[in-house]
Design a protein around this ligand. Structure first.
Ligand code: Z5A
Length: 217
C-alpha cells in the first residue's frame, strides 16, 4: 500500500495571495515527482462548489444566518473530504488546498463571533482527526490586502462576494483569529509575511516549504 500523502493548506485574509502562491507550492511539489491534487474550500467538487455558491452569493436578499453559514461550510467540507481529499491522500497524492478549517475558526469564529467550542465539535465530527500536515498562513495588514483584492477585481471585472463586502473590523478580527491559531499550533502553521513584492514572498514561502519537506523525509 502506498504511504498516505501530505495535506498542505494555504490560509490568510482576502487578497493576500493564496491563489497566486498555491500554484507555486503545487508546481514545486510536482517537480519533485509527486502527484499533487490542487483544490480549494469552500468547494473542490461539483456538489461542494454548489454549496460555495450559496455561501458567496451576495445578491440574495434573505440574510444567511451565522449558524446556517457554519453548517454550510462544514457540509461542503464533508463532501470535499469524502470524495476528493481522503481518496487522494490514501493513494499517496499530496493535496494542496486553498483554505480549510483554520478559515472557519477565523471567519465564522473571529469574524462572526461563533464560539470556538461549537466549531471544534463540528471539526471533530466531520474530520475524524484529519488535520493538515502543514499550513502556510499568508499574513499582511488588512488595508494593503484590500488594495490588492480591489486591483484583481478591477482587472477581472468582478463584483465583491458576500464576504468581501464585510467591514474593516470584520477583517481585522479574521486576521487576529488566524494569528491566534498560528500561535497555538506553531509546529503546523507557518506565518509567512506576505506584504512584500511577489518574488520576495515566493522566496520566503519556498524556503519554508523546502525545509518542511526535507524534515519529513
Ligand atoms: N470562507 C469561510 O468563511 N469559512 C471557511 O471555512 C472557508 C472559507 C474555507 C471564499 O474564499 C470565501 O470563503 C472567503 C472566506 C470564506 N471570503 N472572503 N473574502 P476565497 O479564498 O475564494 O476568497 P478570497 O480570500 O477572497 O480569495 P482571493 O480574493 O482570491 O484572494 P487570494 O487568493 O488570497 O489572492 P490572489 O488572488 O492570489 O491575489 C490577489 C491579487 O494580488 C492578485 O491580483 C495577485 O496578482 C496580487 N498579488 C498576489 N501576491 C502579491 C504580492 N506579493 N505583491 C503584489 N501583488 C500580489
Amino acid at each position: 500500500m502506498s504511504q498516505r500523502g501530505r495535506f498542505i493548506t494555504l490560509e490568510g485574509g482576502e487578497g493576500v495571495g493564496k491563489s497566486t502562491n498555491l500554484a507555486l507550492v503545487a508546481d514545486w511539489i510536482e517537480a519533485q515527482g509527486i502527484e499533487v491534487v490542487r483544490t480549494r474550500e469552500p468547494g473542490g467538487t461539483a456538489r461542494a462548489e454548489a454549496i460555495r455558491g450559496l455561501l458567496l452569493d451576495a445578491d440574495v436578499t434573505e440574510p444567511l444566518e451565522d449558524d446556517a453559514e457554519l453548517l454550510l461550510v462544514f457540509a461542503a467540507r464533508a463532501q470535499h473530504l469524502a470524495s476528493k481529499i481522503r481518496p487522494a491522500l490514501a493513494r499517496g497524492a499530496w493535496v494542496v488546498c486553498d483554505r480549510f478549517t483554520d478559515a472557519t475558526f477565523a471567519y465564522q469564529g473571529g469574524g462572526r463571533g461563533i464560539p470556538a467550542a461549537r466549531i471544534s465539535a463540528l471539526e471533530a465530527f466531520v474530520q475524524q482527526g484529519l488535520q493538515p500536515d502543514l499550513t502556510l498562513l499568508l499574513d499582511m495588514p488588512m488595508q494593503a490586502a484590500q488594495r490588492r483584492l480591489q486591483g484583481r477585481l478591477d482587472r477581472d471585472g468582478e463584483q465583491r462576494d458576500r464576504f468581501e463586502r464585510e467591514h474593516g473590523e470584520f477583517f481585522e478580527a479574521v486576521r487576529r483569529a488566524y494569528l491566534e491559531r498560528a500561535a497555538a499550533a506553531p509546529d503546523r502553521i507557518a506565518v509567512i509575511d506576505a506584504s512584500d513584492d511577489l518574488a520576495t514572498v515566493q522566496h520566503r514561502l519556498l524556503a519554508h516549504l523546502q525545509a518542511q519537506v526535507a524534515a519529513w523525509r
